[in-house]
Design a protein around this ligand. Sequence first.
Ligand SMILES: [Zn+2]
Length: 216
Amino acid sequence: MIIFGTKATRKLLDQGTFDCPQCQQTANFEKRRARKWFHLYFIPIIPLETFPAYVECKACKGTFVEGVLNASTGATSDAIRAEFETTALAILVRMAWADGKIEPEEVDAIEHVVNLMCARDFTRAEVEAEIAAAENSLDDALSVATRAGNMLNDEGKEMIVNAVFRIAAADGVFSREEEDTILEIGAGLGLRPAHVRGLVRDLVEQAQKSSGQHTH
Ligand SMILES: [Zn+2]
């Protein structure tokens, strides 16, 4: 068994105020750069990857690409938000495809969860169109999650894991394939496998508790 993992550090580059595209107010921001470190067995931790700088809103904890600081009109921040929303829907849909079929409850769950996560409303038709497009798409869960991972901080990444779990559990069964897909999504997001497993364990526990409460 090979034991390895990654650890991320986040260096503060700049701070100030900006117009946050997510909470839509002037808020404090911190600009940071994440660096990923890799460790394997007893080899000392080595720097692995440096990510583009990102901007975090101190008010809503949203994270954005650096360009958000230069946004003179709403256009740029709208584009960033639209990109996040498209990616969020794409991840949820790929989660639903994990077991090779999509149940009506899963479509309901995707529509519900994506509209909780996003500032805009997705229609049923848009959700169904993404489901159809994703079936034979080469853009798999891992690659879509990697795209999201570049936009999100740890809090945002955990939110995605939480959201995909709700899709996986929507049909009342949390299968092995679904767990594998969550781990794949977690890896794409840049979360450690142990971290993702811990989140999933907590979510399964919560789901069991709440279903227990309903039957008693
Ligand atoms: Zn904000």
